[in-house]
Design a protein around this ligand. Sequence first.
Ligand code: FES
Length: 122
Amino acid sequence: MKPVTTNRTFLGGLTSVPDGGAKEVREGLLILRRGHDAWAYRNVCPHFSVPLNYEPDTFCTYESRVLMCAHHSAMFRFEDGLCVDGPCSGARLTPVAITIHDNNIFIDEGGGSDDENKKNCA
Ligand code: FES
């Protein structure tokens, strides 16, 4: 059996993301936070495949539960990226696997082949 190796990369402290808000921690990678929970998605709206924000690192969220795309107001749930209202209802943001340890956020960059890494990021 092939050993599984991973490279975890530090993305930042949990509190660097506003509670109930969002932050682009690296180009194209968005973190949403609610309290001690956080979720990561590619910063691409499934409606027109454009970034979810207009201004750099400025994201619209509502009641710490949904992220609104700045273009046509699609609303995405924090916890699963599902579009619950707007022009792409039923579509989802693309999740990215992260872990939180001691209030720090890490991304699993993967250690396998490119194909395996693509599966991890799908
Ligand atoms: S591009 Fe996001 S809702 Fe249209």
